[in-house]
Ligand binder design. Sequence first.
Ligand code: VTB
Length: 348
Amino acid sequence: MKNNTRVERELALDFLRVVEAAAIESAKTMGQGDRKHSDHVAVEAMREVMDTVPMRGRIVIGEGERDEAPMLYIGEEVGGGNFSEEERGQFPEVDIAVDPLEGTNLCALGANNAIAVLAAAERGGLLYAPDIYMDKIVVGPSCRGAVDIEASVEENLKNIARRLGRDVDDLTVICLDRGRHKKLVEEVRAAGARIRLISDGDLSAGISAAVAGTNIHALMGIGGAPEGVITAAAMKCLNGEIQAKFVFDPERLGVDRSKVPTFEQMKDRLAEMGITDPDKIYDTNDLAPGKKIIFAATGVTDGALLRGVRFFGEGKRTHSVVMTTDTKSIRFVDTVHVEGGPDAVIRF
Ligand code: VTB
């Protein structure tokens, strides 16, 4: 039996291939205006490569429930496709959260920050969050422990500014551009910080908040819970912090009561995941309790952290980040996928 660190290292590179494949296929559809198609090709490519990974994988966050998603549905067994039953028995058991194309609209419009992304951990290492809304606050390593999702926006911004040794008006908060954030946006403005409103993609936005040099100092606001879990996996690797809370209240979401499930309606599904308290505040470790976490993402379109896929006659070039908790490494990987014959020119 190989030691676990080695398994984790090898799996990290396998997962790199998985997100690269999803990014390449969806990037081919960039700007075509068909977000469903962009998502579909990402899912197919991700599923295909995922199956070649030597693991006993299980999707815990995916494209939906089994009856609504043909591939990468919650509970689907993945990996080990090319191996014998006996070999498979030796492979590690892995839980996987995927977002084959985070920012389907961004890809369909050719806008920035679409990524192909996944997080993996040992069994039980990622919260089995349903696809409902979650209020989130995400900060980087210097601000860990300085924010509280229950505190006022002003207080959080003051604490972030203090930790970063600057004034509140030197901070930039990133937030999804949604009607539900009217009050949040007003509060950020009133506190004096600057704000970046994005049309989609609070996962890559959360990651940029945890990386110095992106000029994003916090992500705030309500987005998807699955994205929250994958963000938490990234925070474990980046030493950042996420705090989050499910949101069921249609008024806070600014939608019709019929549009969002109530806690009562979700009760059984939530209980299956061990979620019994609708008001529980989740921290990084609650969302991603795993000890051996792998996070991998490839840029589909250009973004704050990753460049999008580039196509040229003799191949493609992808830009990815692969992070692991165990070996504490953050790798930025620039891959040239050569397709041309023996005379193909590789540029530095
Ligand atoms: C959220 C956010 C995602 O879609 O799920 C959002 O977490 C959907 O929010 O990053 P709305 O229902 O308000 O559109 C993303 O932005 C992209 O998938």
